[in-house]
Design a protein around this ligand. Structure first.
Ligand SMILES: Cc1cc2nc3c(=O)[nH]c(=O)nc-3n(C[C@H](O)[C@H](O)[C@H](O)COP(=O)(O)O)c2cc1C
Length: 378
């Protein structure tokens, strides 16, 4: 962290400043993939609007304050109450992004959750993020693939498994279709042109190769790129049920988290099955356009299960103040998806650290304004 250039906080003081730079720096298809929601992207807007509506009334006259941002969840101490959410194809936004995220997680002592469909493997990432390594699972249909993948994850040092509940079917992303994103990313003329006009990104491709689903690639039987993608899509997902979760509970001896829960009844059911925590999330508005804002659902779920399990949150967080709002509404911890990748797309190696610095400063300043020293007091 010594080499983190502090002037960045003057130049790009918020995540919205980073968005402007990121958009110019990476290919249009990558930007579309990162930003997109599903349908008309109303759920993405709804998440943000709901945050903006939350107001907090500060108390003053408390003398000198020393806000503390460290927190303990799932028996582990983290230096901040935020972590890095799983993002598929992260290497499309910035080839090598997963390594940067893992280094940042280690340096700032925050969790990094590697996606099943990220472009780097648990074997590469686990040794970098070390004890801050979480793994997000899209559930394999075939039991032998499931056991093999879980074994790889465990052997790579991952202690926490995050199972994503809210992708029963791949969502429609109209914006990525319009932008011409092909899966897997293909060298089309448009993609080549994008590469020429995004030279910093192209240099990264040169160093790290085109983004590939490296973790799951070995499970494909076909060797034709387009077929492999379809095969993997059919092989990972669409099977998750309470029975499947129970099987995972029996197989995985680390912490087990369910992500993507929005309905209080699902939260009650998950908690009764002995999971260690859940992440209230609507996938950043990427799956179902009519879903309520995730932050509006958070207190309903905390009310039902907050005393029995660790309730965490993501979807729509863009600042330290947003984190405070989510903690105030009962979350014990939060995650950002787009925020961290936007930072890296804008600034490369320093991007994820810069996002941590923005969030840290925002948290500190607003805890001072609220007259609060401990996150628990929120
Ligand atoms: C580009 C992109 C890819 C994502 N891929 C995954 C994924 O592979 N697995 C998963 O559980 N969630 C995935 N998510 C959802 C995030 O983990 C997280 O729930 C969401 O980004 C939170 O909203 P935010 O972007 O507003 O912070 C993805 C999100 C984005 C933006």
């Amino acid at each position: 962290m010594d080499q983190y250039p502090k002037f960045l906080l003057e130049k790009y003081p918020s995540l919205f400043d980073l968005e402007k730079r990121a958009k110019k720096r990476i290919p249009g298809v990558a930007w579309a993939y990162l930003q997109s929601g599903t349908g008309d992207e109303i759920a993405v807007q709804r998440n943000r609007k709901a945050f903006n509506k939350i107001l907090l009334n500060p108390r003053f006259m408390k003398g000198e304050l020393f806000p503390k941002m460290a927190t303990i969840i799932l028996d582990k101490r983290f230096d901040y109450p935020f972590g890095i959410a799983p993002v598929g194809l992260s290497g499309l936004m910035w080839p090598g992004a997963e390594m940067i995220l893992a280094r940042t997680a280690k340096n700032y002592n925050i969790p990094y959750c590697l996606s099943t469909v990220a472009t780097q493997t648990p074997e590469t990432i686990g040794p970098i993020s070390q004890q801050n390594s979480w793994f997000q699972l899209y559930c394999p249909r075939k039991p032998d693939i499931r056991s093999h993948l879980l074994q790889r994850v465990k052997q790579s040092g991952f202690q926490t498994l995050v199972v994503t509940a809210d992708v029963p079917y791949p969502s429609r992303r109209e914006r990525t279709k319009r932008a011409g994103l092909k899966t897997p990313p293909k060298l089309t003329l448009k993609f080549l042109w994008d590469g020429i006009t995004s030279p910093a990104w192209s240099r990264q491709v040169f160093n790290h190769g085109l983004p590939k689903l490296r973790t799951v690639l070995e499970y494909a039987e076909s060797n034709k790129a387009t077929k492999v993608f379809e095969e993997l899509r059919a092989g990972f997902g669409g099977t998750l049920s309470w029975d499947y979760l129970e099987e995972l509970r029996d197989m995985w001896d680390g912490k087990l988290i369910l992500k993507g829960i929005t309905h209080p009844q699902d939260a009650i059911q998950a908690t009764s099955m002995g999971i260690d925590g859940l992440i209230v999330s609507n996938h950043g508005g990427r799956q179902f356009d009519a879903v309520p804002a995730a932050i509006d659902l958070l207190p309903l779920i905390v009310n039902e299960v907050g005393h029995k399990t660790t309730v965490m949150f993501d979807s729509g967080i863009r600042s330290g103040l947003d984190i405070i709002k989510a903690l105030h509404l009962g979350a014990k911890f939060v995650f950002l998806g787009r925020g961290f990748l936007t930072g890296i797309a804008a600034l490369g190696e320093n991007g994820a650290a810069h996002v941590c610095e923005i969030l840290k400063e925002g948290l500190y300043a607003n805890m001072m304004q609220l007259g609060i020293e401990d996150l628990d007091d929120l």
